[in-house]
Write a protein that binds this ligand. Structure first.
Ligand SMILES: [Fe+2]
Length: 174
């Protein structure tokens, strides 16, 4: 059962790290690699979850903590979907399952400003990983015509972090 396996992963994670602790990039890399190993043995197609159509974004709750702790979602973005630059206000680990998205990282033009400029970008396709600290800023864009499925593990459940709009930034030309 996929949900049970993911719930087990989160339970192990909560034993390994103090939920209030800040995780380092090395910690996040280790978590991401462990989650990828687990995902390799799971057939997400068996869940028969809705795949996003063109321009559509679909969020599936797979292991969401009612207490607001670490939670796992399966996100499907359709062709043409892009997100505004945003931060998560919690750490994030992303595992590509299907399709490919371009992740562009940004930094503030001036410290603490909401104006940001692109720094670099990396593609996250099936079997590829991304991990981010709470204040890292990124935007995503679906590459190609195939809808994506990406597994998102956050240190805090989405219902426990500030609303998406308040976590967004304005991109300035590079
Ligand atoms: Fe994000």
């Amino acid at each position: 059962m996929i949900e049970a396996a993911l719930q087990g992963f989160v339970t192990q994670l909560e034993r390994r790290f103090d939920p209030r602790a800040e995780l380092s990039l090395a910690d996040l890399q280790s978590v991401a690699e462990d989650l990828l190993k687990l995902c390799r043995g799971l057939d997400f197609g068996r869940l028969d979850l809705q795949e996003a159509g063109p321009g559509q974004e679909v969020l599936h709750n797979l292991s969401v903590s009612s207490k607001g702790g670490p939670s796992i979602y399966l996100v499907s973005d359709g062709p043409g979907v892009t997100s505004r630059p945003h931060e998560h206000k919690t750490w994030a680990v992303i595992v590509g399952i299907q399709g490919c998205e371009i992740n562009t990282r940004f930094q503030s033009v001036v410290k603490d400003s909401r104006q940001v400029v692109a720094v670099d970008s990396v593609n996250v396709g099936a079997g590829q990983l991304l991990w981010m600290l709470p204040d890292e800023i990124h935007a995503t864009s679906v590459l190609g015509e195939q809808a994506t499925f990406h597994l998102h593990l956050y240190g805090s459940a989405l219902h426990a972090v500030p609303p998406f709009q308040s976590r967004c930034f304005e991109a300035s030309p590079a």
